[in-house]
Design a protein around this ligand. Structure first.
Ligand code: GDP
Length: 472
């Protein structure tokens, strides 16, 4: 196809690529960077689809400040199992001024929006836990503006609490701590403040910048304070988007519905999505036939931070896929056919593949001074010993940065975190679950297993020294 478009013999392209060390057959797929290189080499000027869209005035590259308006924050609720994430999401839903009107009947579409008496809105992702959060981030879609970390006042900081803290930190998403179950006699919020401190979450009363709110999802205590804290945090973040442009969004859920066909819930990031728009989402496309919110209301359009179900796609995209409005059917077909072909031929190298070797070459460019790592081991004691030894390897110039560590098997969540933060995973005396292995393979995340601490440290030492001295 490339040879046709450039009117150059395919064999000449293959020869040129061979000189670059790429052995390809005539119908193999090459990535965009390589295609660009080839085209330039043969004297053509390359215009990427996204850039040509910009030039044709169809898409604005960036929004100018004066075109933007304040948009509602998008909030994810995370925390340890049974600490009350689901209960809190249910309770917060009742703060919606319209909740009473429709008898409070809502459907789960993956997110909901609460409208407050003063007119502000807050969007909650209603799939609790960090799986959804990091699955999206692993695909490069960072939709969450604020994380509410739920900690049960009678239980304290637990392994998944720590995991959530690390996920939020890796995504640079600010946290608000909700100390839940304050109605219980055993509630001890002071203990939680201290435990959080051990994980470098410093609350305001100790001079930090993390708000901590005491709540009870059961009695409703403190929920208004929590919402106030969210609005305050949103104000600090100065969240804005331009509503007057073609829409871009992120798919947060998708399914094949027996009656309605493919249904995807989309969170609009900027612009306004309208009924009748032609959209591309992942490798699916279609004309938006209906926009439906969580109260089952049909909408004509949806603006920034608004979650809506859309009907009319020709297939179900994946969570984390971006959605974009395109100018016509032909363009939509062109893009999706290309994406489907890539998928079928599985020739796409995982974007931003993460391996130690890769990391080494990046490091030799002296661009990176920290080696991000995720460490899982059989017992907490080993993890601590490994981290202690790694700390000793640190110099003024290089060090290992532990994104996340813990005891137990390597899970999908670890892989997603690794992908999102570009770090390999080190397993010490533990294995990865089948799902985690599959995901790691798909996403190009490297998992290294060790049984002897010395070997592990030695390898990391090698990588770190590679970071030190650029080979001349
Ligand atoms: P999740 O696993 O984090 O989603 O937790 P759930 O929302 O399912 O709650 C776990 C359990 O804690 C349930 O039995 C809830 O009824 C209970 N629970 C949640 N919030 C509160 C609360 O504020 N006070 C009390 N006493 N119980 C709560």
């Amino acid at each position: 196809e490339l040879s046709n478009r450039m009117a150059v013999r395919a064999v000449d392209i293959i020869k040129m690529l061979m000189k670059q060390g790429m052995m390809l057959k005539i119908n193999d797929i090459i990535d965009t960077d390589t295609a660009e290189l080839v085209a330039t080499e043969f004297g053509h000027t390359v215009k990427r689809v996204s850039e040509s869209d910009v030039e044709e005035g169809f898409i604005d590259a960036e929004d100018h400040d004066d075109d933007t308006v304040v948009r509602p924050p998008v909030v994810a609720v995370m925390g340890h199992v049974d600490h009350g994430k689901t209960s809190l999401l249910d309770a917060l839903r009742k703060a919606d001024v319209a909740a009473g009107e429709a008898g409070g009947i809502t459907q789960h579409i993956g997110a909901y929006q609460v409208r407050l008496p003063a007119g502000e809105k807050v969007t909650f992702l209603d799939t609790p836990g960090h799986a959804a959060f990091s699955a999206m981030r692993a695909r490069g879609a960072n939709v969450t503006d604020i994380v509410v970390l739920v900690v049960a006042a009678d239980d304290g900081v637990m392994p998944q609490t720590i995991e959530a803290i690390n996920h939020a930190r890796a995504a640079k998403t600010p946290l608000i701590v909700a100390v839940n179950k304050m109605d219980k006699h055993e509630a001890n919020p002071q203990r939680i403040i201290n435990e959080l401190l051990q994980h470098e979450v410093v609350v305001e009363s100790l001079g930090g910048d993390t708000q901590i709110i005491e709540v009870s999802a059961k009695t409703g205590l403190g929920l208004d304070n929590l919402i106030e804290a969210l609005l305050l945090q949103a104000e600090v973040l100065d969240l804005r988007a331009n509503p007057d442009r073609t829409a871009e969004g992120v798919v947060i859920e998708a399914k094949l519905d027996k009656g309605r066909g493919p249904v995807a819930t989309v969170l609009v990031k900027r612009g306004t999505l309208k009924r009748g728009d032609i959209v591309v989402a992942g490798s699916s496309w279609g004309r938006v036939r209906a926009l439906i919110n969580e109260r089952n209301e049909q909408l004509a359009e949806a603006g920034p931070s608004e979650p809506v179900e859309i009907l009319g796609l020709d297939g179900a995209p994946d969570p984390g896929d971006t959605l974009a409005v395109v100018e016509n059917d032909a363009r939509a077909r062109e893009i999706t056919e290309y994406r489907q072909r890539l998928r079928r031929e599985k020739m796409v190298a995982p974007v931003g593949a993460v391996s130690l070797t890769d990391m080494m070459s990046k490091l030799q460019d002296k661009k990176l001074k920290e080696l991000p790592l995720i460490i899982k081991s059989d017992v907490q004691g080993s993890t601590e010993a490994i981290i202690g030894s790694l700390d000793k390897l640190a110099t003024d110039e290089v060090r290992a940065r532990i994104i996340h560590s813990g005891a137990g098997a390597i899970t999908e969540s670890d892989v997603q975190l690794a992908k999102g933060s570009n770090s390999p995973i080190i397993g010490f005396n533990v294995r990865a679950s089948k799902q985690a292995r599959d995901l790691a393979e798909r996403e190009g995340v490297e998992i290294r297993y060790y049984a002897i601490i010395y070997d592990l440290i030695d390898d990391i030492k090698g990588v770190l020294s590679g970071m030190l001295a650029p080979i001349q």
